[in-house]
Design a protein around this ligand. Structure first.
Ligand code: FMN
Length: 417
């Protein structure tokens, strides 16, 4: 097995969710070591900072830095919310981590909570995740019976409850502050930031929110050391990332690769390139909210900053590959319909803007568009960025601008005049 394979290391074994088996393969070793060797929370946070572990939910915020924002001396309880909403179209990595290696995630949760001084962790799971819920709940129950979670873990005096909270299936509830409102039983509307969740989060208390993949990486940092983890990736993006590649490639699937692997390599070498007899038309690199790339734009490293410099985003690492049979105006219509449907309606620019972009996209797709519609999209889209409580509007705006600018001729070709 290549050295860089970390979070998917045990994906090949169908019995990995069984606690005894997971223990025999080394899961919970770092958690037990931290408790028995009395490793300090500060040392764990420093190790995660050195590792340059970035948030894998889309925004790429450094995890150790985020944990460091949580006040240590507060009288309030603190919470961890693991974001298992996985709503970004094209993304299918967190479900795999939950189903195939739930104890890896639980070990990551335990280490994170110990480092930040948290005694209650929630796993906020999307409503459709019936199997992951069942598998992870069994893993929690088994780990509790084994004294790895629950009260006075391994006689250390440290308590930790892990609770699964099922969402109702709304894309917006993956946004961290909407997730908090939903967790509290309120309507899943985002909150204004600041205050940031690290200070005022769940139930008004300091809260760490991290993606499933981010937390699953933590035991590996403690195992190999922050420096070795960082070196697998690039200077600012340590370790590996799970890339879910779908669409018109020979070998669609989930691949764990070092951060910084060229996108070109993912598409052509790892996923085998475009299906036989077809030509590459475009790649949406990191889930539907990341701006589209043309075939000559793929020579970029898959890391947060480099992707932004190239005018797109790493996002959730979900690459969608489109060949020449795909109609880009249809992709745009379907994509904007999704955001118009999923906008929570709290902010006018997003509620109205996403709907208008969808209406224009549908008009063009149905053959009733005029060239001025394209300029209208380019005028309208920037109004959704920076004017709203959360970035859902921007998640349509940036891809809309890119798709119209890069495929203008194809859109014009669908118009009668
Ligand atoms: C509209 C929207 C949807 C989101 N959906 C998810 C999601 O399904 N899963 C996720 O981990 N992060 C999602 N995020 C990002 C979260 O707000 C947050 O940045 C993330 O959970 C933090 O964890 P990380 O630092 O480990 O990435 C979403 C953001 C937005 C704006």
């Amino acid at each position: 097995m290549p050295e860089h394979i970390l979070v998917t290391r045990n994906f090949q074994y169908p019995d990995q969710p069984e606690l005894k088996i997971a223990l025999s393969r080394g899961t919970y070793e770092q958690w037990k070591r931290i408790l028995s060797e009395k490793i300090s929370p500060e040392d764990i946070i420093n190790e995660v900072k050195t590792a340059k572990l970035r948030g894998q939910g889309g925004a790429g915020f450094p995890a150790g830095v985020k944990w460091g924002f949580v006040p240590q001396d507060t009288p309030k309880p603190k919470y961890l919310c693991v974001n298992a909403d996985e709503g970004e179209p094209g993304t299918f990595k967190d479900r795999a981590l939950l189903e195939k290696d739930p104890h890896q995630l639980l070990e990551g949760i335990a280490i994170t909570c110990f480092a930040v001084g948290i005694h209650t962790a929630y796993i906020y799971m999307r409503g459709e995740f019936y199997d992951p819920q069942r598998i992870v709940q069994k893993a929690i129950d088994d780990a509790k019976k084994e004294g790895l979670l629950g009260k006075d873990i391994q006689g250390s005096g440290f308590d930790l409850e892990v609770i699964i909270h099922m969402g109702a299936g709304a894309y917006i509830c993956g946004e961290e502050t909407a997730l908090l409102n939903s967790l509290e039983g309120k309507k899943g509307w985002p909150r204004l930031k600041p205050p940031f969740p690290a200070l005022v989060g769940a139930f008004g208390c300091p809260t760490v929110i991290n993606n499933v993949e981010t937390i699953s990486g933590v035991p590996h940092i403690m195992n190999m050391g922050g420096e070795a983890f960082q070196k697998i990736g690039t200077e600012n993006d340590g370790g590996t990332k799970l890339f879910g590649i779908s669409g018109h490639v020979q070998k669609p699937g989930l691949y764990e690769l070092p951060m910084g692997t060229p996108l070109k390599e993912l598409v052509f070498d790892v996923a085998g390139g475009v299906r036989d007899g077809h030509e590459l038309k475009a790649v949406i690199p990191g889930g539907s909210s990341t701006p589209i790339l043309k075939p000559d734009e793929l020579d970029i490293p898959l890391e947060f900053e480099a992707m932004m410099e190239a005018g797109t985003m790493l996002g959730s690492g979900a690459a969608i590959v489109l060949d020449e049979t795909v109609s880009i105006p249809e992709v745009f219509m379907v994509m904007s319909r999704f955001y118009a449907h999923e906008s929570c309606g709290q902010c006018t620019p997003c509620r109205e803007g996403c709907t208008w972009i969808y209406k224009i996209a549908r008009k063009i797709y149905e053959g009733n568009g005029v060239p001025a519609d394209l300029d209208l999209i380019l005028d309208l889209a920037p109004m959704l960025d920076g004017t709203t409580v959360c970035p859902l509007g921007a998640a349509l705006a940036a891809p809309a601008i890119a798709i119209v600018e890069k495929f203008r001729d194809e859109f014009l070709g669908m118009m009668k005049n």
